[in-house]
Design a binder for this molecule. Structure first.
Ligand code: FES
Length: 82
């Protein structure tokens, strides 16, 4: 698997409490946007997000952001089907 699977075409916008979050980077998790271990054997690893204070985050669902696990707007430039 050389490219991540698109898990969505828009970010997941969520209010997150302080803590550490393992975010899916491969796109295969059934618990998006979180890692469920599905990356095993793909060469991908989850991206960690540390939240210091409660805040709204836009988490990348297309898995092509250069700022993973956060959305950087790349999803708007991707072809509709990959
Ligand atoms: S959802 Fe991936 S860059 Fe926005």
């Amino acid at each position: 698997m050389d490219k991540p699977k698109l898990a969505g075409s828009k970010p997941a916008v969520l209010d997150l409490e302080p803590g550490s979050y393992a975010c899916c980077a491969c796109g295969l998790s059934q618990d998006q946007p979180w890692c469920d271990g599905s990356h095993k054997g793909t060469g991908f690893s989850p991206k960690m997000l540390t939240v210091e204070t409660r805040k709204t985050y836009a988490l990348c669902m297309c898995k092509h952001s250069a700022a993973m696990p956060l959305c950087d707007g790349t999803h708007s430039k991707l072809p509709k089907e990959e």
